[in-house]
Design a binder for this molecule. Structure first.
Ligand code: AMP
Length: 584
């Protein structure tokens, strides 16, 4: 690797990260970060702040294109370990960084690595033309690192620093480093959606210049689940502002100043090429620079199609004319974040919605852009009715929003509540897979899955259930190959796998059980769908499971009956009694 001038040693980054990880004190973490960031040259500051946020690429939230398999191959090649020892090392730590540090122990590279070297290497990896090329570049990077540096190279590449550093704390570190107001740092970070740029603005005393970058996705605002109409009214107080909850995939639409239209998924990937009809309609309908938030749904002749049909469009780049015709997709818009030079995130929803309506999208897009249906409800009964109506329209349930709320990227606040369909589900990560029987012989069709102990970074995974897949044969075949590649330990019938596949699980009820590490088991669990849009960091936690169990005991949640996979409503019963499952 050629030397890069005027960049600081990556060893100092690694040492700081080690120290931050070693203390539990938030103040100590903040001060360590501030001391490190304060003295960095601008270029390094941008890269280091990006890495500390668990992102490998400054200025973008793109992925490196290095999956577990490629990272493992690079580590094995760099350390000379064979594949078995590499997997065993991973298994000992459940962490790539620690596995890298172990396998490269005592490794002395020829010359010190700089922060810029690592930044450039990640950039080269992201831009490499093939998977092999990415592995070669990652191998070189590991070879150029000491053991402790390799720990953070492995972790940043895997997008998790594991040093107990939440984004809020990084913002505090940036504020402390440059004597800036914390609120100003947070606001700038929200708008530019980039930790490196935020740090640089703070250093330059220019935080108020921050604004949304059109063409670069920002994180999506999230919703808090509520159990029922009564809870909605309790939380809202007065009149509730309700929208239909559409069952599709979340999308952010950017119309740039030069007239380009790009779509981004919930995990901030550019999905424009999968939905050319929506992009084309956006070009026609959006005359000025705009950022919209909405849901992509399969849509024909004024109504939504089943979610399963949308699945045939997901991940398909440049779909055929035939597929476009079979499953037409529309964008149901529900928020406006920027229009014609004005950032709207800090305006109340009431104003954002009015501005969105003023765009006349349905008309201008030939009904390819629609508006989320909006209504108000003054009491429980009205919410119930709205819920049933939404279900009639094949939508999933309701979103309840505070019209005075601002748009909070990446936050699950009380500004948005969600009341889901007659089905409580949990998002879990697959930790083990098993060969099937009978018709499912020769494929890995039984999945064991887990929830997170807490929402702390790096929290433990606790198993909660096991299910045969509800997936199609084609999906099972694809997943079988995938799981073979990410197998950690092969016990013959059963194998443990790298926890990276997120599944949404429906079940009849939760039971206390010593069978699984979570202390719960599910009755009749079924896989509803693979959640490609969620990362293992976003799965449900024990707090959510406990709450669901408590709500179930009072009959306040809706669960599946299990029979025939149909979902029906649970009949609510007495105070602390057991819920009975009734076919409504
Ligand atoms: P969940 O995926 O269960 O966490 O529910 C939140 C998701 O509902 C959002 O991320 C959106 O993808 C989707 N959604 C559907 N309709 C709406 C709406 N009207 N407002 C906000 N989100 C919606």
């Amino acid at each position: 690797m050629p030397p890069t001038s005027r960049s600081t040693p990556f060893a100092a980054f690694a040492t700081t990260a080690e120290a931050v990880g070693a203390t539990r004190s938030k103040i100590a973490k903040r001060d360590l970060l501030a001391a490190y960031l304060r003295d960095l040259p601008d270029g390094d500051l941008v890269i280091a702040a990006t890495f500390l946020a668990g992102r490998p690429l400054a200025g973008s939230d793109e992925k490196l294109g290095l999956g577990w398999v490629q990272q493992g191959a690079a580590l094995a090649a760099a350390s000379g370990a064979d594949e078995g020892s590499m997997r065993a090392a991973y298994l000992r730590h459940s962490d790539f960084g620690d596995a890298a540090a172990e396998l490269l122990a005592g490794h002395e590279p020829d010359r010190p690595l700089t922060v810029a070297d690592v930044g450039e290497a990640f950039r080269a990896i992201a831009g490499a033309p093939s998977s092999e090329a990415r592995v070669t570049l990652m191998t070189d990077l590991f070879r150029a690192a000491t053991a402790v540096e390799a720990r953070y190279i492995g972790r940043v590449a895997a997008r998790e620093t594991r040093i107990g550093l939440r984004e809020g704390l990084l913002e505090e570190g940036i504020a402390a480093a440059f004597g800036a107001e914390l609120a100003a740092v947070r606001r700038a970070h929200m708008l530019v959606a980039d930790p490196g740029e935020t740090a640089l603005l703070a250093k330059r005393g220019a935080l108020e210049e921050a604004h949304l970058r059109i063409g670069r996705p920002i994180r999506f605002m999230l919703a808090t689940p509520v159990a029922d109409a009564a809870e909605v009214m309790r939380r809202v107080g007065g009149e509730a502002w309700i929208e239909d909850k559409y069952d599709g995939i979340r999308a952010q639409v950017h119309r740039t100043p030069d007239g380009e239209v790009r779509l981004f998924s919930r995990d901030l990937n550019d999905i424009s090429r999968s939905f050319p009809e929506v992009v084309a309609a956006g070009r026609a309908a959006l005359g000025r620079p705009t950022v919209l938030d909405g849901e992509l749904v399969p849509w024909r002749e004024g109504s939504v199609l089943d979610f399963a049909s949308l699945q045939t469009r997901l991940g398909r780049v440049d779909p055929s004319a035939e597929l476009l015709d079979q499953v037409p997709v529309a964008l149901v818009a529900f928020d406006l974040l920027h229009h014609d030079g004005r950032d709207l995130l800090e305006s109340p929803l009431r104003e954002r919605r009015a501005a969105l309506e003023a765009l006349d999208l349905p008309e201008r897009s030939g009904e390819r852009f629609l508006l989320a249906r909006l209504a108000t409800a003054a009491d429980d009964a009205a919410v119930e009715r709205a819920f049933d109506d939404a279900r009639e329209r094949h939508n999933e349930g309701l979103m309840v929003k505070d019209p005075a709320s601002v748009y909070q990227p990446g936050r699950r606040g009380l500004g948005w509540l969600k009341l889901k369909k007659a089905l409580a589900t949990l998002d879990c990560v697959v930790v083990g897979v098993e060969w099937g029987h009978g018709k499912r012989k020769g494929v890995l069709s039984d999945y064991t899955f887990a929830v997170r102990a807490s929402d702390e970074p790096g929290a433990e995974l606790l198993t909660i259930g096991k299910a045969y897949t509800g997936l199609t044969d084609a999906e099972i075949a694809t997943m079988t190959e995938h799981f073979k590649g990410i197998t950690l330990r092969d016990f013959g019938r059963y194998r443990t796998v790298v926890p990276e596949v997120v599944v949404e699980i429906a079940f009849d009820r939760l039971m206390r059980s010593a069978r699984h590490r979570s202390g719960y088991a599910m009755r009749f669990p079924r896989i509803v769908r693979i959640r490609d849009d969620k990362t293992p960091a976003e799965i449900d936690t024990m707090a959510g499971v406990d709450a669901l169990f408590a709500a179930q005991a009072t009959g306040r949640i809706l669960l599946a009956t299990g029979a025939g996979g149909e979902t029906e409503r649970i009949v609510a019963i007495g105070e602390a009694g057991d819920a009975t499952i009734g076919d409504a």
